[in-house]
Ligand binder design. Structure first.
Ligand code: SF4
Length: 400
């Protein structure tokens, strides 16, 4: 069995106004204890995997992803400790993709060199925009100059797989401003780009300001224009769109293997405060708060029943029907790969049209889903170009 590991680092220098992630500013004093607790969770979870699953030609762990929060706030020594525990308690593939999410402005040439040396081979930078006013509105702590430096230093450190994250549909953002951001970041030649539409999340300052009419609501039509322009522009620049919001340079080896594991609805283990996981048919989530997480992972630890560590506060064993629906919703995000009849049948024992005849008929007749290749005997179902704009409406069809 192959797993992906997600490790959550819930620390940030500053809490951005639009962010609803489980992350905290001003709690850096807890960092050493948190890393200790994370190592204890790695040990507990790794030890609970049966020994049968820890051997295999390709190793049990194919991808490792440190997300946040701001994982680049951890020191190299912290990562050395964490890696030692991962490699001791899991069998990691020698080809594993090992990614770090980082904020420009929190890295240095020496830090990046050390990270590369200890095994990281992919970095994802949260760029969001290159426009100083937009960055200020988002309350980001970096400027575009920090992005340029971070990319240059990453290349010098030996990173050959970089992602840059962008956000479009910002309040008062114009199409021209968005185009300028995309063109500038493409000029940095990252192997991978992500572009997400801003969502005004409940409970965030952005959400509250918008509700009170203090923040100009992003125009959905303009956001759609930005997205359509991005699809065309990036195709012309040699980037292949393989997911609704993600593009990789021609070579598919730059597609994010960690996220592909989520989108294919396969096993991943979530470790850290607020992390989510899905393994052996069980979905689970960990306790949110840093202090409670540390307390729960302080020895002596109760024994764990895989995949549930002492940090888990919610878990649910999926029914086959729930697994099917989740597979449709996640696989259909993959704009090239979609969901194939063969894979679906191998996993659930029935074909796509047996499981969802009405839903597929309705979505294909509305031009939101299509069979590929578009010929008799077609086996792969995927979103149309128009369907990419209305993905959530398509996914809802598969919920019972
Ligand atoms: S840096 Fe990222 S994770 Fe941290 S508060 Fe800002 S948006 Fe959220």
């Amino acid at each position: 069995m192959t797993y992906s590991l997600y490790l959550h680092i819930p620390f940030c220098r500053h809490r951005c106004a639009y962010c609803d992630f489980n992350t905290y500013a001003g709690q850096d004093d807890s960092l050493p204890a948190y890393v200790n607790a994370l190592c204890n969770e790695i040990k507990a979870t790794g030890s609970s995997i049966s020994s049968r699953e820890r051997v295999g030609d390709e190793g049990s762990v194919a991808t490792i992803f440190f997300g946040g929060g701001t994982p680049s706030l951890l020191t190299v020594t912290h990562y050395q400790d964490i890696f030692q525990n991962i490699f001791e308690h899991f069998t990691v593939s020698p080809e594993a993709e090992i990614s770090l999410e980082a904020n420009p402005g929190t890295v240095s040439p020496e830090y990046l060199k050390s990270l590369r040396k200890i095994g990281f081979n992919r970095i994802s930078y949260g760029v969001q925009s290159t426009n100083p006013l937009e960055l200020r509105m988002l309350e980001r702590i970096h400027g575009y100059g920090d992005v340029v430096d971070a990319v240059r230093w990453s290349r010098a450190a030996g990173f050959e797989n970089l992602n840059l994250d962008l956000i479009y549909g910002l309040p008062e953002q114009t199409l021209e401003s968005w185009q300028r951001t995309v063109k500038l970041v493409v000029g940095l030649r990252p192997e991978h780009l992500s572009a997400y539409a801003l969502t005004l999340e409940h409970g965030t300052p952005f959400g509250r300001w918008a509700a009170k009419g203090l923040l100009p609501i992003p125009d959905p039509d303009l956001a759609a224009d930005m997205y359509e322009w991005t699809m065309d522009f990036l195709a012309g620049e040699g980037y292949v769109q393989y997911e609704i919001s993600n593009w990789a340079r021609e070579n598919s080896k730059f597609q994010c293997r960690h996220n592909l594991q989520y989108w294919r609805n396969l096993n991943y283990l979530g470790l850290g405060a607020g992390a989510h996981g899905y393994a052996d048919g069980v979905r689970y989530s960990n306790v949110l708060r840093i202090k409670t997480y540390i307390d729960r992972l302080s020895p002596p630890l109760p024994s764990s029943v895989f995949p549930l560590s002492p940090a888990v506060v919610n878990h649910h064993r999926n029914t086959p029907r729930e697994d099917m629906a989740e597979t449709m919703m996640t696989c259909l995000r993959l704009t090239l790969e979609g969901v194939t009849d063969e894979t679906f049948r191998a996993r659930f024992g029935l074909g796509l049209l047996d499981a969802y005849p009405q839903e597929i008929k309705k979505m294909t007749s509305l031009g939101l889903l299509e069979w590929h290749p578009p010929a008799p005997g077609a086996k792969t179902l995927r979103l149309t170009r128009h369907g990419r704009l209305l993905g959530n409406q398509v996914f809802m069809q598969f919920l019972d």
